[in-house]
Design a protein around this ligand. Structure first.
Ligand code: SF4
Ligand code: SF4
Length: 393
């Protein structure tokens, strides 16, 4: 007989989110109830996946109703709740706009939570002992200081790692361009997966609740939208992902993040060692995350290659005609990489960690992002007039 190491709840719900609160509550009850994870007076961070401005029904982002339900549950336990993320978009106020337009701010504040953009909160330098790729990074302060993190990922495919799930979701705890640096360091699927696992060793959620009500697979075209109609929850984010990728048509061992995490003893990816509570996997129709493995692998290769040329070349750059010389960017820069010269900021790119707080918080929107000569040409913009809106998944 195989030892069961962890339990994952799989609960069916309506695909239009009309009964999602009941589904989330049922899922938590199946794995021990909210009191097993959240005590009164704890500081709880709820971390949804807010990649872009499209709402949960697009399949791209965690639906605000799922996140708000968790806020409500945590508040019922007597906890203080912060909801936060840094989006994958790059333009002034991007994460704030994503938080607002996905409905996350209004829904979560109505449920009693505080909602923050990790591009605007302070970040702290963290060293990762025994890391193989990501030896140090800057992490949004709420993710470091929370007593309990509840990660709320989306059921989505990913160009590099095949699957965007609970383990990968903590990448959004890195503010702004720190994610860019992660993509530069993680230049291959294997390296990127290892980097995600490195980060997972220092940002370990207590609970993972996946919005698999609506998801997206393939190359994220509108035709790739998936509707598993499920909430998947568990204490072990690796196990939650393993169950999700099985529903998505993969063997968990084919997803490098899960394989590396399991080999490192950070969770359970072997389905034989996971007890499923709620709906049986055999009774759930597969929601194929990848329809064509060759095209998916080719896209992953192109993504990793192109990201080395374009995504990794980003630098902050001032638009002198907009700058008033107020020095606010000096104050918000976490590594003192900005000095003033002739009343305009000067960026020390050797010190700069590409957090883009200066870009995010300049009151005049005078700090743009320079993608490098080749990147700017491909992005179709001149070096002096950038307001980039690309998405870093
Ligand atoms: S915050 Fe903006 S306006 Fe103020 S000095 Fe920096 S770039 Fe100029
Ligand atoms: S100059 Fe400072 S605030 Fe601006 S991106 Fe670099 S590290 Fe961040």
């Amino acid at each position: 007989m195989v030892d069961v190491n962890t339990r994952v709840a799989v609960v069916r719900t309506q695909r239009n989110y009309s009964e999602v609160e009941e589904a989330v509550r049922e899922a938590l009850d199946l794995i021990g109830g909210p009191g097993s994870f959240i005590q009164s007076d704890q500081d709880i961070l709820i971390k949804p996946n807010l990649l872009n401005t499209k709402g949960g029904e697009s399949g791209m982002t965690t639906d605000s109703r799922v996140t708000a339900t968790l806020v409500k549950i945590a508040r019922e336990q007597g906890s203080k709740v912060v909801v936060g993320d840094s989006s994958g978009m790059r333009f002034h106020g991007a994460s704030e706009r994503v938080i607002r337009e996905t409905g996350t701010r209004s829904a979560c504040e109505a449920a009693g939570g505080q909602v923050v953009s990790f591009d605007s909160t302070p970040s702290l330098r963290v060293e990762i002992p025994d890391a193989r790729i990501l030896k140090e990074c800057y992490v949004a302060q709420p993710a470091i200081e929370a007593d309990v993190i509840i990660t709320v990922p989306k059921f989505k495919s990913h160009a590099l790692t095949k699957f965007t799930g609970a383990v990968k979701n903590q990448l959004g705890c890195l503010p702004g361009g720190q994610k860019t640096i992660a993509h530069r360091l993680g230049s291959t699927p294997e390296r990127f997966a290892q980097l995600l696992v490195d980060l997972y060793t220092i940002i370990r959620p207590r609970l993972a609740v996946m919005d698999a009500v609506v998801g997206i697979g393939g190359l994220w075209r509108s035709t790739d939208r998936l509707t598993p109609g499920l909430i998947i929850a568990g204490e072990d984010a690796v196990a939650v992902d393993a169950v999700a990728v099985r529903i998505g048509g993969f063997d968990p061992g084919d997803v490098p993040t899960l394989r590396i995490a399991a080999e490192s003893g950070l969770g359970v990816a072997d389905l034989n060692c996971i007890e499923i509570a709620g709906s049986r996997l055999e009774d759930i129709a597969p929601a194929h995350l990848v329809s064509n493995r060759r095209i998916s692998d080719l896209f992953g290769f192109l993504f990793s290659t192109l990201s080395q040329f374009f995504i990794s070349k980003q630098n902050p750059k001032v638009h002198p005609e907009k700058c008033t010389g107020c020095t606010h960017c000096l104050e918000v820069c976490p590594v003192e990489a900005i000095s003033m010269a002739s009343d305009r900021p000067l960026f020390n790119l050797d010190e700069c960690i590409r957090c883009f707080c200066c870009h995010e918080l300049c009151p005049q929107q005078a700090v743009g992002i320079d993608w490098g000569l080749l990147g700017n040409r491909v992005m179709g913009r001149s070096r002096s007039s950038q307001t980039s809106a690309e998405t870093i998944p």
